[in-house]
Design a protein around this ligand. Structure first.
Ligand SMILES: [Zn+2]
Length: 70
C-alpha cells in the first residue's frame, strides 16, 4: 500500500469571523466561514465600517453640544 495514494482530506481553514477551524470544501457552502451566521457577521462588519467612514466627517469632534447660556 502506498500512503501517498490516499486522497487528501478536505483542507481546513479558520473562519475569518470566529476563528473556528472549518472545512474548505463544497460540503461547506459558507466557506471560508464556518456558518451562514459568521458570513453575515463578516459582511455586516464590512458594511458598518464603510458606513462609519462615510459618516465620520459628520461626527461632532467634541461629542457634545456647548452649554447654552440662559
Ligand atoms: Zn465562524
Amino acid at each position: 500500500m502506498h500512503p501517498d495514494d490516499t486522497p487528501a482530506p478536505a483542507p481546513r481553514v479558520r473562519c475569518p469571523s470566529c476563528g473556528t477551524e472549518t472545512v474548505f470544501a463544497p460540503a461547506n457552502p459558507w466557506r471560508p466561514f464556518c456558518s451562514e451566521r459568521c458570513r453575515q457577521i463578516d459582511l455586516g462588519a464590512w458594511a458598518s465600517e464603510q458606513f462609519r467612514i462615510e459618516a465620520a466627517p459628520n461626527a461632532d469632534p467634541d461629542g457634545h453640544e456647548p452649554p447654552e447660556s440662559a
